[in-house]
Design a protein around this ligand. Structure first.
Ligand code: PLP
Ligand code: COI
Length: 350
């Protein structure tokens, strides 16, 4: 598929841009120079450590087209910081934040023509790092490969359909002391069995509960969760606290700041699955939405488990969800002022 056809067809993660960035690290030499070249398949020795012990981490971030012809990347420094947190947890080398940001910008500049123009569309950037040493000893590798690749993200419709979430308390994603707050490959591989179960039950995603009591809502697959509570003074946004077992979403943080500036009360407080159901049934919780880089802001319409099945509000996007979604899109595409300094402009020299 050529670029124009790819950009005109809905999809995510199915076609890739023309270039990739690579940077290598060895224990002896540290980080080597950043290289950009054509995107090509790579060959690896069968004993490459990443293939065996899961020392792989990644980020997911977005670049947007701007009406002035430039491109802008959303909160790249914050993604760099989280990438390094993941690296530390996985005993991998950290990358100077400036090098991470430069690598991402280099790819956006080379593949600027791949950044879709339509509102809600974007170029999804995937920085990642793998243990590239050939060895089978059970220890952290002495060689790593950092790369950035990109795929245009083209939603099928402007208004996302409300999600159905599947709660399966017999499975957990992360336990205290584990890797839940890191963006490492194993967290995702370990979730697929439940994602498959969710799909078999006509659900779009899994909602993860805490490992100790299997009662508290933590996050959903690939996204954080927000609950909109009705209070006497107006809507209040509630989200589970960063307990160490869920990912500190950059979108989650952005929504907390945005909600505050839009005048909504906010709270980071745990909520049990049962309290969520009762709150919805009693009208105290009027909306729920999921948020993340890939998914953006998506309403949750139903929650299903083997013993429960309830609708959230009217089962469609509520007013607070829609308002926050539009406010984020306005910032992303430069139609509202970037009051928080989130957009990093990439001069593509057109
Ligand atoms: N939680 C998990 C497990 C994720 O994979 C993601 C996606 O990156 C998120 C939450 C949302 O994080 P962010 O908003 O930084 O994309
Ligand atoms: C993201 O939103 O960036 C994610 O990582 C979710 C998923 C594509 C892994």
């Amino acid at each position: 598929m050529n670029r124009d056809a790819a950009l005109a067809t809905p999809g995510f993660g199915d076609v890739f841009t023309d270039h990739m960035v690579t940077m290598r690290w060895t224990a002896e030499m540290g980080w080597q120079a950043t290289e950009i070249g054509p995107l090509t398949p790579m060959s690896f020795h069968p004993a490459t450590m990443a293939l065996h012990y899961g020392q792989t981490i990644f980020e997911g971030m977005k670049a947007f087209w701007r009406p002035d012809g430039q491109r802008a990347v959303f909160r790249p420094r914050d993604h760099a910081r989280r990438f390094n947190n993941s690296a530390r947890r996985m005993a991998m080398p950290t990358l100077p934040e400036e090098d991470f940001v430069t690598a991402v910008e280099t790819l956006v500049r080379a593949d600027a023509a791949w950044v879709p123009e339509a509102r809600g569309h974007n170029l999804y950037l995937r920085p990642f790092m793998i243990a590239s040493q050939t060895a089978l000893g059970l220890r952290p590798a002495d060689e790593y490969l950092f790369m950035v690749i990109a795929t245009p993200s083209r939603p099928a419709t402007m208004e996302p359909k409300a999600m159905r979430l599947w709660a399966a308390p017999e499975y957990i994603r992360a336990a205290p002391g584990g890797t839940g707050a890191a963006k490492c490959g194993g967290n995702y591989g370990g979730s697929f069995i439940v994602q498959r179960e969710a799909a078999a039950n006509n659900c779009d995603e899994v909602v993860w509960l805490d490992a100790r009591e299997r009662r508290y809502v933590e996050e959903a697959g690939g996204c954080n969760l927000f609950f909109v509570e009705a209070t006497a003074t107006g809507p209040r946004l509630r989200t589970p606290p960063l307990s160490g077992t869920l990912l500190a979403g950059i979108t989650r943080d952005s929504i907390l700041r945005l909600a505050d500036s839009l005048g909504y009360a906010i709270s980071e407080e745990p909520l049990t699955l049962d309290a969520w159901e009762q709150g919805c049934r009693a009208g105290r919780i009027t909306e729920t939405f999921a948020c993340g880089t890939a998914r953006s802001i998506v309403p949750v319409g139903h929650v299903v488990s083997t013993r429960q099945d309830w609708a959230v509000g009217d089962g469609v996007a509520g007013p607070v969800t829609s308002r926050l979604r539009q406010a984020m899109l306005d910032i992303h595409h430069g139609s509202a002022p970037d009051l928080h300094g989130w957009m990093r402009l990439v001069n593509v020299g057109e």
